[in-house]
Write a protein of this length. Structure first.
Length: 89
């Protein structure tokens, strides 16, 4: 069960990390280069959005992989309990 919570926390941490990078880069570009065009800003935004989406997909893959490994390692009588806990989350 600990693995499941760790991977869930890992996903939220990764999302927060991506958002903080995105807003930091946007803040820096708006603050220090005020004469840039909107075309340049859109390139930054698209790049950071793609980066965030890729890392979220990777984190979800890791979460699912850990979940599958955890289910396989449980004996049969504990799988029902694991499923109940998963449904409540």
């Amino acid at each position: 069960m600990k693995k499941e919570y760790k991977s869930t926390a890992f996903i939220t941490t990764a999302i927060q990390f991506d958002l903080s990078i995105l807003f930091t880069i946007l803040f820096v570009t708006f603050t220090f280069k005020p004469k840039r065009t909107w075309n340049e800003y859109s390139k930054y935004l698209i790049t950071m959005t793609i980066f965030a989406l890729i890392s979220i997909v990777l984190c979800n893959f890791i979460y699912t992989w850990n979940n599958i490994k955890l289910k396989k390692s449980l004996p049969e009588n504990n799988k029902n309990e694991f499923q109940k806990i998963n449904e409540t989350i």
